[in-house]
Design a protein. Structure first.
Length: 137
C-alpha cells in the first residue's frame, strides 16, 4: 500500500486555524492581540477586553469542554506525589529534592475533556482567519 501524501501545513492545522478564525469572528481576538494597547487609556483597554472576553468565552464554551487539572481552589495547600505528570503539573518556586512536594496551588490548570470542532470544508482556505471588509458606497 502507498502512504497517503502529507497534507499541506494549512490543511494539517485547519482545525487550529478554524478555532482562531472563530475567536476572531466572535470576539475580535486577533484584532485585540495585534493592537499595541500600551498607547490606549486603561479604561479603553478594559472596555475592549470585555467585548473580546465575551466573544472568545462563547467560542470556547461552544467547542471545548474544560475542567481544572486539579480540583482544589487556588491558594489551597496541595501535595504533589512522586511520579506526578509534568505535563499536568508545573512546579515553581523552591524546586529541590524528590517528591512528594507540598506547596500552594497558584493556578489549577486546564484540561480539555471534549473537543467539538466543526469539520473544515476543503473549499475553504484555512489560512484566511478573517477576510478584509470593504464597505461599498
Amino acid at each position: 500500500p502507498v502512504a497517503p501524501a502529507p497534507l499541506p501545513p494549512e490543511r494539517e492545522h485547519a482545525s487550529a486555524l478554524s478555532l482562531l478564525a472563530m475567536l476572531q469572528r466572535e470576539g475580535r481576538f486577533l484584532d485585540f492581540v495585534q493592537e499595541n494597547v500600551a498607547a490606549f487609556p486603561d479604561a479603553d483597554v478594559g472596555a475592549a477586553a470585555r467585548i473580546v472576553h465575551e466573544g472568545c468565552r462563547k467560542v470556547v464554551h461552544q467547542y471545548l469542554t474544560l475542567q481544572p487539572v486539579l480540583p482544589q481552589g487556588e491558594g489551597d495547600t496541595v501535595t504533589v506525589p512522586a511520579g506526578f505528570d509534568a505535563q499536568r503539573i508545573r512546579l515553581t518556586g523552591n524546586v529541590a529534592g524528590q517528591p512528594p512536594h507540598g506547596g500552594t496551588l497558584r493556578h489549577h490548570g486546564w484540561v480539555t475533556t471534549e473537543v467539538k470542532f466543526p469539520s473544515v470544508s476543503p473549499a475553504m482556505e484555512p489560512r484566511v482567519l478573517a477576510p478584509a471588509e470593504v464597505e461599498l458606497t
